[in-house]
Write a protein that binds this ligand. Structure first.
Ligand SMILES: [Zn+2]
Length: 276
């Protein structure tokens, strides 16, 4: 872990039981503005060769060269892709890093019990939700923007990691969660539709000023990270087992990519999860 802590490429990382969660900064890559410099997203208009080099650099820092990189087409939905058994691995250039990878279709959460795999999702303000059930060694990673939050993507993932449908001996009360850097309440202003859709997922008594603040007529500030945490608490995860990394990607746009801070044409940070 010493190398992760020392690397400018990695903004945050946590070891939780048998799993590790890491979130990249925008530093240490080769992409040119406005993707400078560690853009990991292939779908945002950056040069493919630069993104693949950036992905290789991150893979090396994570010491994950021998792991199978797992990614999905992120669509702000509630689909969960599970890699729970050995599956056929695709290897081809142009879509992933230069080693073996597994590309899923539309999904915004990835779950695996295989230490041979590296879960990867990409972010510019949305909420990365990392989850591990230590007893069973199942790890999950979700991408929750307002649509994913409204569709309870974190709870959908919990069903596979440590939910009620999980095998005996596992459960939400043992699941541990880390919520990574995302756009903070300070910078996330929304209109009525978004506010209503997201707040509908948590009980009325939880809708206090730590979650929602009205700032102007028809405008509200939302705390998406906390709302994801509250959804998981409702689903049975103890509050003490949830850590929210309180860093706003928009306030810290010198460290992270931020759509709110820089507009739609920008890079993507990477969130990674794996079992050691
Ligand atoms: Zn902020």
């Amino acid at each position: 872990m010493r190398r992760l802590a020392d690397s400018p490429l990695i903004a945050e990382h946590r070891r939780v039981g048998p799993a590790v969660f890491a979130f990249t900064s925008r530093h240490g890559g080769i992409s040119r503005p406005p993707y400078d410099s560690l853009n990991l997203g292939l779908h945002v208009g950056d040069a493919e060769s630069a993104v693949l080099e950036n992905r290789d650099r991150v893979t090396e820092v994570l010491r994950a060269q021998d792991r199978i990189w797992v990614q999905a087409q992120q669509v702000h939905g509630s689909g969960v892709a599970c890699v729970l058994d050995e599956v056929i691995v695709l290897t081809c250039g142009g879509l992933g890093p230069s080693h073996d990878y597994l590309q899923y279709g539309k999904a915004d959460a990835l779950v695996t019990s295989l230490p041979s795999h590296l879960l990867a999702l990409f972010f510019a303000d949305c909420v990365p939700v990392f989850m591990v059930e230590p007893t069973a060694a199942v790890v999950g990673l979700a991408h929750a923007g307002w649509r994913g939050t409204a569709r309870r993507i974190a709870t959908e993932m919990l069903a596979y990691v440590g939910g009620e449908d999980a095998p005996a001996g596992r459960g939400p009360e043992r699941t541990r969660v880390v919520i990574g850097p995302s756009v903070g309440m300070c910078c996330y202003e929304v209109g009525w539709l978004v506010m209503r859709s997201v707040l509908a997922t948590i009980p009325k008594e939880r809708r206090d000023e730590r979650v929602v603040r009205r700032t102007a007529f028809g405008r509200w500030h939302l705390n998406l990270a906390r709302i994801n945490a509250l959804q998981l608490i409702e689903a049975g995860v103890p509050e003490a087992r949830i850590e929210i990394i309180d860093r706003c990607t928009c306030c810290e746009k010198g460290t992270f990519f931020s759509v709110r801070g820089e507009g739609k044409v920008t890079g993507r940070c990477g969130a990674f999860a794996w079992l050691e």
